[in-house]
Write a protein that binds this ligand. Sequence first.
Ligand code: SF4
Length: 353
Amino acid sequence: MTTLTKTEDTPAPTGPEAFLSVRDLSVRFSTEDGVVKAVDGLSFDVARGKTLGIVGESGSGKSVTNLTVLGLHNPKNTTIDGEIVLDGQELVTATEKELEKVRGNKAAMIFQDPLTALSPYYTVGRQIAEPFMKHTGASKRAAWERAVEMLAKVGIPNPKERAKDYPHQFSGGMRQRAMIAMALVCDPDLLIADEPTTALDVTVQAQILDLLKDLQQEFGSAIVFITHDLGVIADMADDIMVMYAGSAIERGTTDQVLRSPQHPYTWGLLNSMPRLDSDLSAPLTPIPGSPPSLLNPPAGCRFHPRCTFQDRVGGNRCVAERPLLGPDRASACHLTADQKRTIFIEEIKPRLG
Ligand code: SF4
């Protein structure tokens, strides 16, 4: 069941000329154990030519959000509230036929594992050519030429010959490139990349990230880049949204979020990451505890069972009252701006180096 209602939660960001605009998005799954609140009151914008990095642990709602944007959820057990507007077109209420037109043509997704996106039964060239034929009405021959051109563009050597290969004849890095070629073959205006380099070694990872940046410059696409790796996001994103337990808990430019993070969860993420410019023998500080079950998330601030700063707030507010994210530069936390500044300067910054 897919429904559309307006909810009141996260205030909308004020992005310029958003190409993708998500407002008060909530996604719930019915399961045998109950209702999973996978995404709860999420709002964000992405403009053309810009990259939004979405960061968070597994189960934070990053991937569900983006599968929902492309209508790739299971409509039988999913309830969606809110708005998803892509280039002026409302997608929550769109029919499957309308969504099919959007997917591949206007928006495309790059997955972490290319083997889930590439069929073992067809040549790589055919799998790149088919969406092009479908969305543009090009002839078989023109689509094949386009597939070869795209393979060349993503750096596959000898693309004319390699287009005739099957996915198992490609290396892992080449399969990832082929999937990027498939995603970009119709010049989509929105590209969603879900952990696209996690399974690759660092050299290939760097090549793929450079390739995405080059292609974004060429096509002017908006990119949503999902990862748990803050190092990758620092390299790729203009803006960052940090997600926790289905909600955005911090948002700002990449520089703001990485240089002066405001939310205790973001502090925890940064503290738990190794840094090349700090003492590599110093122990990392993991965030205590684990992410909550989304069947029954904690009341008040969802991060409170893991937060070591809730005693600075007072009045049991963290347990009783849910903090909301403000517009623009924001963190969903009851700590005052002064408290945050003091904690950051005296306790967090020295640890970040
Ligand atoms: Fe921690 Fe309270 Fe802020 Fe939540 S609202 S992050 S529990 S201080």
